[in-house]
Design a binder for this molecule. Structure first.
Ligand code: PEP
Ligand code: MN
Length: 264
């Protein structure tokens, strides 16, 4: 179903009227995790002011350590919706557990994010395949392109064809950055599948100063959009502080993308 052969012209995934995979590139921005109502209100103002049309934020966080902040859970979904609604920003948030799917539907989450660590959580993929909500499917930490395509096929096979691939960097021997952004995956996926492809430069580089270069490279390579971490006060972020852009940095980055997108 996800193969390019079935839709040679490419398909557009619509999120409350906003097209991902169409002529316009879309940038989804927001903090790694939902922290407080005030943090989300300021973040939503900054996302809208920068010209981004969708917002991200994690309420359920997949943390390496069980002792690290795990997210606010349902309270986080409440803060997120309250903040995002003021600007009519559709919300993107990660689902880690099948048991929370009904809650995600109740809170009217607009885009379900499947994180890198769950790319091959087949039961989770089957469940999101049964709902009528767009899904961002992140690439696994060491996922190959064919494994990633098959993971998407699990979702599509259930009837949900609203899938967006998200390249977020893969494991590397290199220690100077968090992951290596696989720019090559962008044209390869665009050839293999009709579905939109976006890039998360934040989890790829792991440092805020790397984000603009990676984001620009992604758009130049044909990505349909970006998923970027931005925090009102990056230094104080409860999660992934090193890689969060400030509101000003996000706005500056946004100003550079249009020219790249039209040039290609
Ligand atoms: C995230 O986007 O917050 C996240 C945890 O990313 P990944 O699953 O790519 O590590
Ligand atoms: Mn993060």
């Amino acid at each position: 179903i996800v193969s390019r052969d079935s839709h040679p012209a490419g398909s557009v995934v619509k999120v409350r009227g906003i097209g991902i995979g169409g002529p316009q590139i879309q940038v989804i921005a927001g903090p790694c995790s939902v922290e407080t109502q005030e943090q989300m209100d300021i973040a939503a103002d900054a996302v809208a002011a920068a010209g981004c049309r969708l917002m991200r934020g994690g309420a359920f966080k997949p943390r390496t350590s069980p002792y690290a902040f795990q997210g606010l859970g349902v309270t986080g979904l409440e803060y997120f919706q309250a903040a995002a609604r003021r600007h009519k920003l559709p919300i993107v948030t990660e689902l880690m557990d099948i048991r929370m799917l009904d809650t995600f539907m109740e809170y009217d989450v607009d885009v379900i994010q499947i994180g890198a660590r769950n790319m091959q959580n087949f039961d989770l993929l089957k469940e999101v395949g049964r709902v009528n909500k767009p899904v961002i499917l992140k690439r696994g930490l060491s996922g190959t392109i064919s494994e990633w395509l098959m993971a998407a096929e699990y979702i599509a096979a259930g009837g949900n064809h609203n899938i967006i691939f998200c390249e977020r960097g893969i494991r590397t021997f290199e220690t100077a950055y968090r992951n290596v952004l696989d720019v090559t995956a962008i044209p390869v996926l665009k050839r293999e599948t009709h579905l939109p492809v976006i890039v998360d430069p934040s989890h790829a580089g792991g440092k805020a100063w790397m984000v603009p270069a990676l984001a620009q490279a992604a758009i130049a390579a044909g990505a349909d959009g970006l998923l970027v971490e931005m925090h009102p006060n990056p230094c104080d972020a409860w999660c992934d502080a090193d890689q969060a852009l400030s509101p000003e940095e996000l706005k500056k980055l946004m100003g550079t993308l249009g020219a790249i997108a039209t040039a290609i």
